[in-house]
Design a protein around this ligand. Structure first.
Ligand SMILES: [Zn+2]
Length: 572
């Protein structure tokens, strides 16, 4: 797909859906066997590599059609395409020479291997995928790369699996040999524990899956061995992961009752260390991945865990540029549902709501029209967070409007449920379908509110939008402001451009033309008035660490606080 299609797709919903790719299913069910053999310095030590051994029946490939594909860049992550060793491909006729075709650099850029002759019989592909724990080189990126910790290894299939490129559906067997990782080692993944067999389907399922092997720590609700919910992690997170996963399992069960049209698919949560952008999560097939660093507290992960689970039921709208819906819904419910379930207190609810509100109402680019977001998604963190923050505030505005209608029995929940049911029943549900739901519920008032949101109008929920226990107040906050051109951090190399001499960054010693050596996270610190940014910069032959508060003008922003009401707080 083209870059623009991919950006549109990213904004339409979940990243993983965009990376699914397309393929024409043809008759027959060829088999794909994937064997993974991690190797370590010593049992319990760092994992140094995974030996990958892939076999499949050739589908009549000739020199004109690619035989294998592995992204070089997968969602801004450098894969093992450039670092793999011992790459050998053979078929029934012996060694197979291949030519390489690389897509140009982009958010996703595939490498494809074309055979130099007709392919016959079983194809066998072997290579060693190194595990280096190198920091991501390209800036903001999901934690898909292979990493070792706690004597084990984890990563997304898209970051290390070279798979058949013929677009056919394959029945897949996946086998692990974890004997090099010690007596207590085991393997898990988005499709289940240990070796798995998958029915015929797209090979891209493997790209969208997360894998983890080593001396795994595991959580399963008591008495539900082999049940739907399970979690796995490596090493020692700086919080009680067992207790946090128990909380997550209870919320998973609560959401399963709340949302219509759930399925019985197993659900996995993987936790791993993240050196760059800890605290974030990403939905994978049948599972999600949450990341932490040495300072992460369990409470701070609850929003992320709730957010990613909401995605699995709520999904998105069909069509491009609909992240305002998928992400808005996920942010709206990430605090509301745990609070309704009695699984977080009012303080935690307010903290999460006010974090979104502070980031949104101080955003200097708050009025960027929805249609302009895709093109600028990766260049500026203030653009990237808009679908989340604006979407959530919009849904709160809508919720308040619907609740104040005569009768008062309906809420925005009912509209969201309609979209879920439509998808479940195979009916199309896109932005136009959503607008029709609004028209039926609120008349033209709903339609014009939606139009205003899409055009970039500021969405301000009324004071009682979150129930009678909370009220809206104004607070002064400083805007997030790097003090230089945000695109500087996405360029390669990252050279500081457009530095404002009145900025905090300049005052801390940053200078025009400095090269930033290590990518830095920004999405989360936008919401925190006191979060500093440390840039590792090179100026000539000297290197400096420059720490500053990335804040500019002071502006008023809406927040919510306790209203001193003693009745029932919840919005059921
Ligand atoms: Zn999300």
């Amino acid at each position: 797909m083209s870059m623009i299609d991919l950006f549109r797709c990213l904004l339409a919903g979940l990243l993983l859906a965009c990376l699914a790719g397309t393929g024409d299913a043809r008759a027959g069910e060829p088999a794909l066997h994937v064997s993974l053999l991690p190797g370590a310095e010593a049992p319990g030590g760092d994992v140094t590599h995974i030996d990958v051994d892939i076999r499949f029946e050739a589908g009549g490939n000739g020199p004109d059609a690619p035989l294998l594909a592995l992204a070089r860049i997968y969602a801004n992550v450098d894969t093992v395409a450039a670092t793999m060793t011992g790459f050998e491909v053979s078929d029934a006729l012996g060694p197979l020479a291949l030519t390489v075709e690389d897509e140009p650099d982009g958010l996703v850029a595939f490498r494809r291997w074309l055979p130099e002759r007709e392919v016959s019989g079983e194809v066998r592909v072997r290579y060693r995928a190194p595990v280096t724990n190198a920091l991501p080189a390209r800036g903001a990126a999901p934690p898909y790369d292979l990493r070792t910790e706690g004597g084990g290894v984890s990563g997304a299939g898209g970051a290390f699996l070279a798979l058949p490129a013929d677009g056919r559906d394959y029945g897949i067997t996946l086998n692990w040999d974890v004997s090099a990782l010690g007596a207590h080692a085991s393997a898990s993944g988005s499709f289940g524990d240990g070796d798995v067999v998958l029915p015929a389907g797209s090979v891209s399922r493997l790209n969208r899956a997360f894998f983890m092997a080593g001396p795994l720590n595991r959580y399963q609700p008591a008495g539900e061995e082999g049940g739907r919910f399970a979690a796995a992690w490596l090493g020692d997170p700086p919080f009680d992961a067992d207790e946090l996963m128990g909380w997550t399992a209870r919320l998973h069960a609560w959401m399963d009752d709340f949302f219509p049209a759930g399925d019985d698919a197993p659900y996995r949560v993987f936790l791993r260390h993240n050196p760059v952008n800890a605290g974030g999560g990403i939905a994978m097939i049948n599972s999600f991945l949450v990341t932490f660093n040495d300072a992460t507290r369990a409470d701070s992960l609850k929003s992320t865990l709730a957010h990613e689970m909401v995605h699995t039921w709520a999904g998105g709208l069909e069509g491009p540029d609909n992240a305002w819906f998928s992400e808005g819904v996920a942010v709206h419910y990430q605090r509301l549902l745990p609070w309704r379930a009695g699984m977080i207190g009012a303080e935690a609810f307010l903290d999460d709501l006010n974090s979104t509100a502070a980031r949104y109402f101080t955003n200097a680019l708050i009025d960027t029209p929805n249609g302009e977001i895709a093109a600028r998604f990766w260049e500026d963190t203030r653009i990237r967070v808009l679908p989340y923050d604006r979407g959530a505030m919009y849904l709160a505005v809508l919720d308040a409007l619907i609740r104040e209608r005569p009768g008062g029995a309906r809420s925005v929940d009912d509209l969201v449920f309609e979209t879920i049911l439509a998808r479940h029943e195979g009916r199309a549900m896109d932005e136009a379908g959503w607008v029709e739901l609004l028209r039926a519920e609120l008349g033209e008032e709903g339609v014009s509110l939606h139009g205003a949101m899409m055009a970039g109008a500021v969405m301000t929920p009324p004071s009682d939008a979150f129930g009678p226990c909370f009220e809206r107040v104004e607070h002064d906050f400083r805007r997030f402001d790097l003090g230089f051109e945000p695109a500087s951090l996405n360029a390669s190399p990252r050279i500081i451009r457009g530095l404002d001499p009145a900025s905090e960054a300049y005052r801390a010693g940053l200078r025009e033309g400095d090269e930033v050596l290590v990518p830095v996270p920004q999405d989360s610190i936008q919401a925190d008035q006191y979060a500093t940014l440390t840039l590792q910069v090179r100026r000539g032959d000297a290197r400096h660490a420059i720490t500053f508060l990335p804040r500019g003008d002071t502006v008023p922003a809406w927040q919510w606080q306790h209203a001193g009401y003693n009745g029932t707080c919840g919005l059921d």
